[in-house]
Design a protein around this ligand. Structure first.
Ligand code: CTP
Length: 406
């Protein structure tokens, strides 16, 4: 709910039937704690009343360019400077054309010319209008200038036709907005992750290992890349493709994982231990395959290094995040683990027969840190990874640059 805390969104609304959806969009943005300033074109007011948007946004809606009262309170240039993002939803074909040609014949188009903030458009129009070469050329030109196009989607249209031109749903626009801000938050930062299981050899063909698909670690690596970070992923044996932009280092045993982490840790700002590291390894590995000649076989196991605890105990530790997979008393055990390992944050989840296996595509987490916690509800691991990265990013920045309310 705090994904857009202190973010200032200037929501432009142009004339089109999808304008009615802007009300829901304002509500969702406000619920994510964004500040929302609505600016409407004249045509937009034919579809939805400024009063509705004013009530939902909690701010006076701006429409007219030449309004001495508005200009006295906050002028149009200041309004352009105020925004962290200009989102225009819906964007009509006419507005795209005006923007492509740099016209400044109303408040919204002028703001776009004066703004330095990123601009995102959510086109909404009849499918023939969208497919028209003029609109397509405008879309390409705007994109080439760095303006983002979110949508349009495909489907049934208000005019009765079916095809491309539907405005993305408010929830999708909210997700894009959150992604837009996340994508800049870890730029220039380096993240090191461990993922997957480790395999501790008993002999050349057998090993001791934990059940782990590596999906969560890989999804996290992807989400960190999307957040702008440089990402190193040290992975045990898994059957997963490397996410684009991630530097992957494959390992087998816990000792190998520890060595690779030691090699890379100094350059990293954030360390996330997602691997299901085997706590013990056979004291000796047989050189040849062990034959089943004996009735009983005793294996002597020795403790593996705790990679996460070692990193957290280093002289200048990065921001450290661990996982706690527990079968009972989730919060108690996870909190104990957080304190014992002295990590900045721990992400706890229930595992076991009732909760489902490690190979699931969905999960839920409770994230704990000193003085705070957050529940991340059941979601696909990709979505959950994005939420966790957002939470890590928030805490990382809060601890790096402490402010009064952090
Ligand atoms: N971890 C690690 N190195 C190990 C063991 C665990 O880096 N040798 C990390 C895991 O990646 C995870 C966290 O420590 O982030 C917790 O691991 P877990 O196995 O749940 O806890 P343990 O510390 O092993 O405690 P226990 O098995 O007693 O629950």
């Amino acid at each position: 709910m705090f994904e857009l805390k202190e973010k200032r969104i200037l929501l432009g609304i142009t004339g089109g039937i999808a304008a009615y959806k802007a009300a829901e969009l304002v509500r969702l943005l406000r619920r994510s704690n964004a500040e929302v300033q609505v600016v409407m074109t004249q045509a937009a007011t034919e579809f939805i009343t400024p009063l509705t948007l004013q009530t939902l946004s909690g701010r006076r809606v701006r429409q007219a360019f030449f309004d001495p009262n508005d200009e006295a309170s906050i002028g149009h240039i200041d309004l352009a400077r105020w925004a962290d993002l200009i989102l225009i939803a819906p964007t009509s074909a006419d507005f795209m054309a005006r923007l492509a040609h740099g016209l400044a014949n109303d408040l919204l188009s002028t703001l776009c010319l004066a703004a330095t903030a990123p601009i995102a458009l959510a086109p909404a129009m009849n499918q023939q209008m969208w497919l028209n070469p003029a609109t397509q050329a405008n879309a390409k030109l705007l994109q080439a200038r760095g303006i983002k196009l979110w949508g349009p989607g495909d489907g049934e249209q208000a005019c009765g036709e079916t095809g491309p031109g539907r405005m993305l749903e408010p929830a999708e626009l909210l997700a894009q907005t959150i992604k837009q801000f996340n994508s800049q938050l870890l730029a220039g930062q380096c993240v090191l992750l461990t993922a997957g299981p480790t395999q501790e050899p008993i002999d050349p063909v057998r090993f001791i290992g934990n059940r782990s698909s590596g999906k969560m670690g890989f999804a996290l690596a992807q989400a960190f890349v999307e957040a702008g970070a440089q990402v190193y992923l040290i992975s045990g044996p898994v059957a997963l493709a490397t996410p684009t932009g991630v530097t992957r280092i494959d390992v087998g045993t816990a000792i190998e994982m520890q060595q690779r982490v030691t090699e890379h840790i100094n350059r990293c700002d954030i360390f996330v231990a997602c691997a299901a590291v085997a706590d013990y390894r056979p004291k000796a590995t047989a050189a040849q395959k062990i034959k089943k000649s004996r009735e009983q076989l005793d294996l002597i196991l020795t403790r593996n290094p705790d990679i996460l605890a070692e990193v957290a105990a280093s002289t200048v530790p990065p921001f450290t995040v661990g996982f706690a997979a527990e079968t009972e008393q989730l919060i108690k055990h996870a909190e104990e683990k957080r304190r014992l390992k002295r990590v900045d944050m721990i992400a706890a989840n229930l595992v076991g027969a009732e909760q489902g296996g490690f190979e699931r595509d969905e999960n839920a987490l409770t994230v704990l840190w000193e003085g705070g916690s957050k529940n991340l509800p059941m979601a696909r691991k990709e979505k959950l990874a994005q939420s966790l990265v957002a939470t890590i990013t928030e805490r990382y920045h809060a601890e790096k640059h402490p402010t009064k309310d952090s």
